[in-house]
Design a protein around this ligand. Structure first.
Ligand code: SAM
Length: 233
């Protein structure tokens, strides 16, 4: 279970009301039962349900069972595609170890009402299910040009270019580096100007994800998998 409070021997760990309901009503846990908790900073801890109160359960942290490890340093930058594809991409990126998921608006993204709290909840649930010790940050949408203008050049960019790009694994291995970001475009792809700018960036590696056009959520999942195969651990 993901908690936000600090974890140390005997510390009280306070789940949210929803989480408390899930523990007591869905999982049917009661006082004295044990579960594993993590907060993204202190590794994974065994905790006991100390009290079941109306306003929620109180957990008592007992002992650390896994030291903190952070996933390989890869960010997913994905254009704001339609809701179901974005939710799928957030879930798969969390399972595949993305440390951060940044939403990007490009010339061809469609304006839409985004529920960031829903994407955060998907990332948290997926992190708990996959046994990670942290929950990826999901950033609110920012314009592609602004992201590139403020780019930290110590991070390489895997530009997934459906109009060309080199075979991914050798291109990633040739580029080297350990901090990466993966960029996936919208349903309509990148505009010619965007493609031209991206291909000209010194920190970008333009890669192909194969001969077929993938949906953005499939492309995100594929790109993260190829990145893991070439660079990640
Ligand atoms: N403009 C494309 C078309 O011709 O229909 C569709 C774009 S695709 C749905 C969304 C994004 O996924 C692309 O911008 C690209 O980043 C990535 N993508 C999809 N297929 C790819 C491929 N075969 N190689 C590299 N990137 C790909």
């Amino acid at each position: 279970l993901h908690v936000t409070t600090d974890l140390s021997p005997g510390a009280a760990a306070a789940p949210t009301l929803d989480q408390s309901r899930y523990l007591t009503q869905v999982m049917r846990l009661k006082a004295g039962d044990e579960l594993l908790v993590f907060n993204g900073r202190d590794g994974e801890w065994r905790a006991t349900i100390a009290e079941v109160l109306k306003k929620g359960v109180i957990l008592r942290a007992e002992a650390q069972v896994r030291a903190q490890i952070n996933p390989p340093d890869v960010h997913l930058l994905i254009a704001t595609v339609k809701k179901s594809a974005l939710e799928f991409a957030v879930e798969k990126a969390t399972e595949l170890g993305a440390a951060r998921i940044s939403l990007v608006t490009t010339q061809r993204t469609q304006a839409q009402h985004l529920r960031l709290d829903r994407l955060d909840a998907i990332a948290e649930e997926s992190a708990e299910q996959t046994g990670r010790l942290d929950v990826p940050l999901v950033d609110a949408p920012r314009k592609l040009d602004a992201i590139l203008d403020g780019w930290d050049a110590s991070r390489r960019l895997m530009f997934c270019d459906e109009t060309g790009g080199a075979p991914a694994i050798p291109a990633l291995q040739a580029a080297g580096g350990s901090s990466w970001a993966i960029l996936i475009g919208p349903e309509g792809g990148f505009s010619p100007e965007e493609g031209e700018r991206l291909r000209s960036l010194p920190f970008a590696t333009s890669v192909s994800l194969g001969p077929r056009i993938l949906r953005a959520d499939t492309a995100a999942t594929t790109a993260l998998t190829l990145w893991q195969a070439a660079i990640g651990d």
